[in-house]
Ligand binder design. Structure first.
Ligand code: XMP
Ligand code: MG
Length: 183
């Protein structure tokens, strides 16, 4: 479904599916060049990054392994709790691997900075981040993010994997959720 189908629940569309797919092609070409000859492992952060991972990994020109981690720093609300909890750990041993974390969004940055430290302590050869979206104005900690899709304003967004209380992940576009939906 498209954002236009829920126009009563959003205030504006920030990034369309077409813009996302074009950007993923661009970043996939960069990543393919940067990691040529290296042992790359994609790590998706559940659940928000499912759509990004699905489209991004298929835009890559080479066969690449992937793994998933589930962490949680948000409850049903729209603000970070700052507490990161592992809900599902990696299956793979990332020792000596070149890890690229695939994320839906960097908001406060708390989740990713925690993940970066965690992965570094497991002996990865390198750890980089690809985030489809980033809210520069919301940063509480600075995260070194090598690949960014789109910088967006500091508003709560849904769609393309991003949810509010588990809803709206199946909207193809990224849109700002109307405040009347969560207040
Ligand atoms: P932090 O604040 O730690 O964010 O950088 C970590 C995770 O929180 C989720 N998040 C959002 N989810 N709309 C969402 O649906 C948003 O605007 C939003 N901001 C943060 C997301 O899972 C991110 O990985
Ligand atoms: Mg996430």
């Amino acid at each position: 479904m498209r954002a236009a189908d829920i126009s009563d629940q959003i205030t504006k569309v920030l990034v369309t599916e077409e813009e996302i797919l074009a950007k993923l092609e661009e970043i996939a070409a960069q990543v393919a060049a940067d990691y040529e000859g290296k042992d790359l492992l994609l790590v998706g952060v559940l659940k928000g990054a499912v759509m990004v991972m699905a489209d991004f990994c298929r835009a890559l020109p080479t066969v690449v392994p992937m793994d998933w981690m589930a962490v949680s720093s948000y409850g049903a609300g729209t603000k970070s709790s700052g507490v990161v909890q592992i809900r599902k750990d990696l299956d793979a041993d990332i020792h000596d691997k070149h890890v690229l974390i695939v994320e839906d969004i960097i908001d406060s940055g708390l989740t990713l900075s925690w993940l970066l430290e965690n992965f570094a302590s497991r002996g990865a050869a390198s750890v980089e981040v690809f985030a489809l979206l980033r809210k520069p104005e919301a940063a509480k900690v600075v995260v070194d993010c090598k690949y960014v899709g789109f910088d967006i304003p500091n508003e709560f967004v849904i769609g393309y994997g991003l949810d509010y209380a588990e809803r709206y992940r199946n909207v193809r576009d990224v849109a700002v959720l109307a405040p009347h939906v969560y207040s």
